[in-house]
Design a protein around this ligand. Structure first.
Ligand code: SF4
Ligand code: SF4
Length: 314
């Protein structure tokens, strides 16, 4: 059971990307990380992505892994897709070189690869990049996904629209019996408002039937230093201090230093969810055309990711 994995206190969750709908990339990520020891995978709420992850797990002969799908509210950065205004773009390629997903080629955005991280917008010298929200309608995507068999639904609740948050949360609770996860950060909430929202969302839930994924800065990971992970640990401290009967996962700016910092600060956790940094360290293997035919590539990638997975237990 997923609960048992969390109770051990060293759960590593690979975040493939809530907006990452590049099927082959997800399949390769799941394959490498499963062989290296990961047993919990966070996926886009897309049936084909789930089937790809399941196919990868089948090929590894691993049958004790758990799948989580992520959904959000309107304006959730995880649902955003970059759009380029060609009246302003001067083809400088700054966006292409900064994109962690290799989602931009010759000033064209591949939507299924874009995770809405915002890095391209920050570097564009012509303010030519904006974002469109492509959040999914729960009643359209969830029924067929639940039918495929998943273990957890994660709900991203960045934002102020409480009506939308609570009506969607109600829908999720009514339609799914498994473990639920709330991904929350302090970008738009005070510390007090954050705990208040979590308390109201979990008050009618059974103890330990909810994960709180305490997000530092969403999708801010990429560097492997203490500074990048500071906010993730700080948000976790606030959640931990509330003494709620939940599982706590640290996320949003996580890397191989996260566990060390959390332990130095004496913040207990059930696991760490790592996305940007976890994907970055295997990018050069994932993008290889001979990925499935060259076993050296896979062996090398596994050796690269093992220390990251093991860092959660440090
Ligand atoms: S930098 Fe981020 S937001 Fe921009 S295209 Fe790449 S993944 Fe999308
Ligand atoms: S950074 Fe801006 S101007 Fe440069 S290629 Fe990208 S969209 Fe165009």
């Amino acid at each position: 059971m997923l609960e048992n994995l969390l109770k051990r206190g060293n759960c590593f969750k690979l975040v493939c990307g809530a907006g990452n709908e590049e099927i082959e990339e997800v399949k390769r990520l799941v394959y490498i990380y499963a062989l290296a020891g990961c047993r919990f995978f966070d996926l886009s709420a897309n049936k084909d992505v789930i089937l790809a992850a399941k196919e990868a797990l089948k090929e590894t002969n691993i049958n004790d892994a758990y799948l989580c799908v992520s959904v959000g509210i309107k304006g959730d950065p995880h649902s955003n897709k970059a759009v380029i205004n060609y009246d302003r773009c001067v083809n400088c390629a700054s966006c292409e070189s900064i994109c962690p997903q290799n989602a931009i080629h010759y000033a064209k955005v591949k939507k299924n690869k874009c995770i809405g991280c915002g890095r391209c917008w920050k570097v564009c010298p012509r303010s030519a990049i904006s974002y469109v929200s492509e959040e999914k309608k729960l009643d359209e995507v969830l029924p067929e996904i639940i039918k495929e068999g998943i273990d957890c639904i994660e709900f991203h609740v960045v934002g102020q629209d409480e009506n939308e948050i609570f009506s969607k949360w109600h829908y999720i609770k009514e339609n799914f019996d498994g473990l639920l996860s709330i991904c929350i950060c302090r970008t738009k909430l005070s510390d007090e408002a954050l705990i208040d929202r979590i308390s109201r969302m979990t008050k009618d839930r059974q103890p330990y039937s909810t994960i709180i994924q305490a997000d530092g800065f969403p999708m801010s990971g990429g560097k492997d230093d203490f500074q990048s992970t500071l906010q993730a640990v700080a948000t976790s401290q606030i959640v931990n201090n509330a003494n709620l009967p939940i599982y706590l996962l640290i996320s949003g700016g996580t890397n191989s230093k996260t566990s060390e910092l959390a332990k130095m600060c004496q913040i207990p956790y059930h696991g760490i969810a790592i996305g940007s940094y976890a994907r970055k360290i295997v990018r050069k293997y994932i993008d290889r055309p001979d990925f499935w035919t060259n076993s050296y590539i896979i062996d090398e990638a596994i050796e690269i990711v093992k220390p990251l997975i093991e860092s959660v237990s440090v």
